[in-house]
Design a protein around this ligand. Sequence first.
Ligand code: NG6
Ligand code: CA
Length: 511
Amino acid sequence: MSLIKHFVPLLAAVAPGCLAQHSLAQKSPVKPNVVIIYADDIGYGDLSCNGAKTIKTPNVDMLASQGVRFTNMHSPAATCTPSRYALLTGEYAWRHEGTGIAAGNAGSIIRPERYTLADVFKSAGYQTGVVGKWHLGLGDKTGTQDWNGHITPGPSDIGFDYSFILAATGDRVPCVYVENERILNLDPKDPVFVSYEKNFEGEPTGKLNPELLKMHPSHGHDMSIVNGISRIGFMKGGKSARWTDEEIADRITSKALSFIEIQKGKPFFLYFATHDAHVPRVPNPRFVGKSGMGPRGDAIIEFDWSVGEVLKMLKKLGIDKNTVVILSSDNGPVVDDGYKDQAAERLGDHKPAGVFRGGKYSSFEGGTRVPGILSWPGTVRPGISDKLLCQVDMIATFADLLKVKIPANAAPDSENHLSAWLNNSGKGRDFLVLQNVQNNLSIEDGAWKFIAPGKGPAYSKETNTEFGNLDKEQLYHLAEDRGEKENLAAKYSEHVARLSEKLAEIKAGIH
Ligand code: NG6
Ligand code: CA
């Protein structure tokens, strides 16, 4: 498809200077900056542009009003690591061993030889950066990394020129920032040690020393204590390098802003993965109490602030019209994810997954139908799109925009849907395969969804989530039953047969 086609709707409206730039695009691709703002555990219904009434997210809403708001955008999986793996590699994570929720001492899951989304941008001459939550492993092997030197391989081996990351998640040790693969502010006399097997002698834990805690676990999360919060895993040392949870959003947002400021003259790609609203939810004091819903709501307001800061910076530098901003989330929402933070008690009428069933971890739509916004002011026509789209397609889609050739065998599941992402005539995906926390698969075609029979509990009492697992087939008519209330498998066996056959083909690698 010719590139110029994507710009047709706005050609009449843009200034003559821009027109010239766009006709050049026929020969050489335009190179807008690209910022992906990737939220953690923020659900479809958590944003006011998607209908939330209790929580107000004015900055996200502004982004949505100047861009296209997708109502059928999916993360590739219902948990973090597999979604991020698929986003960056263009391969469904269920094809690849070792892509489940990663421990904080996991080795690099995406190996250096792998072609990634960052490589697409590098091939097109971009400066690339990742700031925020990583959760894709670091170092050569699980558990034996030396955290006190150059922790390699890491983001620089898979296409990122710059990285400022949390190695895993806020609730997993090591609780330190890692900048360009070295722990920031590390005192060599106080090295960091990490174990996911046993505690280090003399170190307090949430389990044995609850009196030291300012936030208590509701399930799990009772190991090493950092900043008055017990975590998953054990760590020792690195006192000067430990983060303060209340400052994480400020720290990573300011790193994202300075990356943008430094790179502004060249095309850049920034993958800005916020920690909000993952547990532990410990927003900065200036957001505390702002949602009236406790820390979870306040963390979403903090997320909205981060989005606003990015948009303000792009405007201030005069590059807002030359920057594509994509906002999405790595999986659906969860209310109690392991800390007693009042999230359930103060939820009120708020529906984090909107009209959708289930949430984080789930095969139901709430697991993967996430917020999706793309803005490219002056180029992409604002609007609302209900086309079936998925983050796994970013590699092929941006490769088309930038006219980059993806190597053979790279990004096997990534499809080019540039025209749909840019709110033009493209129809979106024909089929999409999704995975829940037990790696059970479902497939949908926009109108129908088939959840394959799968082992595992139907429901988690701890997180109050329906996983969507059942020992028999499930079929939902999403076009008329977005809430997946009625299992029609017995009634429409032809759709069960059609979708289960397609799922088997995709599993076998036949597209
Ligand atoms: C679970 C954690 C949960 C969260 C999740 C990963 C317990 C009891 N629960 O195992 O708190 O960390 O993993 O979330 O430990 S994700 O968004 O990074 O996938
Ligand atoms: Ca997540």
